[in-house]
Design a protein. Structure first.
Length: 375
């Protein structure tokens, strides 16, 4: 079977589809009638149901269109891929009956023992001076609207470092809030309200994107609860290190992502913090209504004295411990103990995997076996 690594392609040249097809030439390179497309580090990017802001290359569409007579396996990290691929098929102009989806949502698992648990406990026992904190890099509309809603509040902390984004310039991507700038009520500016926080001593003396991905700033541990604004507000149900860090560092958190993302965490075996938060926003179909319902969960507690809010959150202690153990279980079973032939594909971003390669049928069988639980 032929393997095509979309992550490698995007990393080499994000916008040059001509380069891609010059390199691939599947019909000349191999006689196989089956293709495995790997796309595990972006959830799933599916133009035309995802707009061109999301899927600039439209490369999945173009590969399937060009090789529609072959059997195609699409390996991605989108927990909602079955529903999304069916919608995608209805929006393309060619027959696509030979696509089989495989979901592996754990490709962005990060090491849980970069700090000892004793150190994590000491950090979490710091005095609390704020109620909520939001860490923001990519300036997407739903994130900026959330910062605008709360950034002036005395009990709200935030970082905003758009320079970490790949473009290195502050810009805004459309994430489903039409004419979103009309909802900016408190003058948060996507270029001028940059703000860095304090990296904990064990992580780095210099703030960088890698540190941002693997650690939480010192200020998180002076705050009662984290606000996690995931990579996508519409589109794939995609869980990243933004959420996984919360389990590792034993933090109470409130998560916003694509509709249903909190339910997806529950489906993966994690506990939701429903003693504190009403998660009905998670299933709301209207994007702006969902965003406002999410904000309401912050408004419920943000005016409390942080010492009092911290005591309220103590009811979550057992669930927080359980979620860390569940995360470690996933990490050990999937990131550490799977066959190398499978691991190098499911965690392909960490390897110098070629844009196109062979993959043995037995490897596909093993991949399906590891992914069966995520159907």
């Amino acid at each position: 079977m032929i393997l095509i690594n979309l992550e490698y392609f995007r990393g080499i040249n994000y916008s040059d589809e001509k380069l891609f097809f010059e390199k691939v030439r599947i019909d000349e390179w191999h006689s196989s009638t089956e293709i495995l497309i790997i796309d595990v580090f972006e959830g799933s990017l599916l133009w035309p149901i995802d707009n061109e802001t999301f899927d600039k290359t439209k490369i999945f569409y173009k590969i399937v269109e060009k090789y529609k007579n072959k059997k195609i396996f699409y390996l991605c990290s989108d927990l909602n891929i079955v529903k999304r691929i069916e919608e995608w098929k209805k929006n393309v102009t060619f027959e696509t009956l030979n696509i089989e989806t495989i979901c592996f949502p754990l490709s962005i698992l990060i090491n849980y023992n970069l700090l000892t648990e004793d150190k994590i406990n000491k950090l979490n026992n710091l005095d609390k001076i704020k109620n909520f904190i939001a860490l923001t890099s990519g300036p997407k509309d739903f994130r900026l609207l959330t910062l605008d809603q709360f950034y002036k509040h005395q009990y709200f902390e935030y970082s905003y470092v758009p320079d970490f984004h790949w473009d290195s310039k502050a810009f805004v991507t459309e994430q489903g809030i039409k004419e979103w700038t009309v909802y900016l009520k408190n003058n948060f500016h996507f270029k001028y309200n940059k703000r860095k926080l304090t990296e904990i001593k064990e992580s780095s003396k210099k703030i960088g994107k890698d540190v941002f991905n693997y650690f939480l700033p010192y200020e998180n541990f002076q705050t009662c609860c984290d606000v996690v604004l995931e990579s996508y507000f519409v589109g794939p149900t995609f869980i990243t290190e933004k959420t996984y860090k919360e389990f590792i560092f034993k933090r109470p958190f409130l998560l916003l992502g694509s509709a249903g993302i909190n339910q997806s965490l529950k489906d993966l075996g994690f506990e939701l913090y429903d003693e504190i938060f009403d998660y009905s926003f998670d299933s709301e179909n209207d994007n702006f209504t969902r965003l406002k319902k999410f904000w309401n969960q912050i408004y419920r507690y943000i005016d409390l004295r942080p010492t009092f809010f911290r005591k309220i959150l103590n009811v979550l202690d057992d669930k927080i411990e359980y979620n860390r153990k569940k995360y470690i279980e996933w990490y050990i079973n999937y990131a550490l103990n799977m066959p190398k032939s499978v691991e190098k594909i499911l965690f392909s971003q960490n390897k110098k995997h070629p844009i196109i390669d062979y993959v043995a049928d037995e490897t596909i069988f093993e991949i399906k076996k590891y992914c069966e639980i995520f159907k």
